[in-house]
Design a protein around this ligand. Structure first.
Ligand code: AMP
Ligand code: MG
Length: 539
């Protein structure tokens, strides 16, 4: 039986077992010798429910009828607490753009507590944008509607794409205005405020370990790490294990390396660019976390970054993500080194990251091309030549792979160049010249020959190949301009486009004939429009 709001059971392990900050006043400060600070959400004037996600309610075993309960909006807008909730913000640090930034922490996130469902799963509920905490530094602890819509939609879209991610239960407008300088040009505007309730088994980041280590508080580092192993990684260890050895910590770190490698392969497969891969935005569970100035590749471009703050160095560009994740893992390795005292096994784990990423990336290249297996002898070169073709003419990644699935290897041999290229022409943003057309046709023929060879080896048919490709190459992604259109309407008080996108993105791999127009290249007007091409961190 699904539960009402008041029937949710909270089992707040972190609050119960970890040391709390002694200070109970909510003011900005450095917090030492504690994992979290108790803090209550700041009440808002006029909370109104914009959207809620039934699949996330299902995780909590919360009845969908609860969405219509006025208390739902009050609780997830930050005005009320349910019995059993123990709101708190966690301390963490992080490396931002390659530099140690010291204490950061949940500056605008407040954990409400851990729901324990009848399957014994724990799900932490976290409000983002519910007011200041001791970790808010110079900022206000609030979030604007545009960034909240982006987080809400993208986290659900990622889930349905099969990409590990935090989830979103609800999006609540606060009825209050928030001051933001979106372009950092000295022209702040008042924008509507909103709160997203995020849901994950835990929101622990690499930075949660880094902060204790940086402060040389090794006892707390060990205490928090042991807690993490016991709670969030219980599947790796015997039930009720409380004492951990070096070997256990290494096993755990290896697991993080493997999960992070898998996450990076997913991002690269779907064309997601996080935009701010600081170590405080890296989940210890290998989830996509903290949706800020992220973006989706439209034209395939290894160098693309959606984040204006990153435009200079392009540290977090699409093609760099797997390397940056490794760098971030190395920072985590440094942080937990005092628990292990040996460099080599940590380095070996980082090597495992490389190997796992390579394995996943190759598997994905094969799957995206509809091949039953990655044959390094041929497919390394095949993929390299494809990437070279992407340089010839701006090519929409999503449309390209869906169009490519239509290629019939038997037909193409007697096609002229232009006929070959017609198969994928819809994915080009401009006209291809004769030279580019020849190069594309050469690649398509090479690919067709490779497919034919694969059919013989694997026994696959054309139809099976299409299905295989369409299961890994999404048809619908949250294109930057689509999110922006939903935001523009939402700002006018019309939330229908948020609902519609949420619905379409529930089935990203399926053909949805009614929504064919959402499977379209970015329109020209969106190329340089704020929110559609580049995004600032202001949110
Ligand atoms: P981010 O780059 O968004 O991951 O944020 C880095 C740090 O800044 C984290 O500690 C956030 O909690 C904090 N932060 C970002 N925006 C705000 C805000 N509006 N109010 C308070 N803290 C914030
Ligand atoms: Mg963050």
């Amino acid at each position: 039986m699904p539960l009402s709001l008041r029937e949710l059971v909270f089992d707040n392990r972190l609050v119960r077992e970890m040391p709390a900050d002694n200070e109970s006043e909510n003011f900005r400060r450095q917090v030492y010798a504690a994992v979290y600070s108790r803090v209550t959400p700041t009440p808002v004037k006029n909370p109104h429910l914009i959207a809620a996600v039934s699949e996330v309610a299902d995780l909590l075993q919360l009845s969908h009828a609860a969405f219509a309960d006025p208390q739902f909006t009050q609780v997830f807008g930050g005005n009320e607490l349910l019995s059993g909730m123990e709101p708190h913000a966690c301390v963490y640090g992080g490396h931002q753009f390659g530099n140690w930034a010291g204490q950061l922490g949940d500056g605008r996130a407040i954990n409400l507590g851990e729901v324990k469902n009848s399957r014994g799963e724990h799900w932490t509920l976290q409000l983002k944008g519910a007011g200041p905490t001791p970790y808010s530094r110079t900022a206000d602890g609030l979030a604007v509607l545009r960034s909240s819509v982006r987080e809400f939609l993208c986290s659900e879209a990622m889930f349905h794409l099969g990409v590990p991610t935090t989830r979103a239960l609800s999006l609540v407008g606060t009825g209050e205005l928030v001051r933001r300088d979106m372009f950092y040009d000295g022209n702040p505007q008042m924008e509507p405020g909103a709160v997203v309730c995020r849901v994950a088994p835990t929101f622990t980041r690499f930075g949660n370990f880094e902060i204790f280590s940086a402060r040389n508080d090794i006892a707390l580092l060990k205490q928090f790490t042991d807690f993490t192993l016991r709670t969030d990684f219980s599947a790796l260890f015997p039930a009720e294990q409380h004492e951990f050895t070096k070997a256990d910590y290494l096993r755990w770190f290896n697991e993080i390396c493997i999960r992070t490698a898998q996450l990076m392969a997913h991002w690269m497969r779907v064309g997601f660019v996080h935009g701010v891969m600081n170590t405080d935005n890296m989940s210890v569970l290998g989830l996509t976390i903290d949706y800020g100035p992220y973006g989706w590749l439209e034209g395939y471009d290894q160098d693309w970054t959606p984040n204006t703050t990153d435009a200079q160095g392009r540290r977090y560009r699409y093609g760099s993500q797997p390397r940056v994740a490794l760098w971030n893992l190395a920072q985590l390795a440094n942080a937990i080194y005092p628990l292990i005292d040996e460099v080599e096994p940590l380095q070996a784990a980082l090597e495992n990251y490389r190997a796992e990423y390579e394995h996943c990336a190759q598997r994905d290249v094969a799957a995206k091309l509809g091949l039953s297996q990655f044959d390094p002898m041929q497919d390394q070169a095949l993929n390299k030549q494809l990437l070279a073709c992407f340089q010839l003419v701006e090519t929409d990644m999503t449309i390209f792979y869906r169009a490519l699935a239509q290629l019939n290897a038997d037909d193409i041999s007697h096609y002229a160049n232009s006929q070959c290229v017609d198969i994928v022409r819809d994915s080009f943003y401009s006209v291809v010249d004769a030279r580019a057309e020849t190069q594309w046709a050469d690649w398509l023929r090479l690919y067709a020959a490779r497919l034919q060879q694969d059919y013989v080896l694997s026994g696959n048919t054309h139809t099976q190949k299409c299905e295989r490709m369409n299961a890994v190459n999404p048809k619908y992604v949250l294109r930057n301009y689509l999110a922006q259109q939903a935001i523009d309407k939402a700002t006018q008080g019309d939330f229908s486009e948020v609902e519609k996108l949420l619905q379409i993105l529930r089935n990203p791999y399926a053909e949805q004939p009614d929504y064919q127009h959402y499977f379209a290249k970015r329109p020209e007007w969106a190329r340089h429009k704020a929110g559609c091409s580049m995004l600032s961190c202001s949110s």
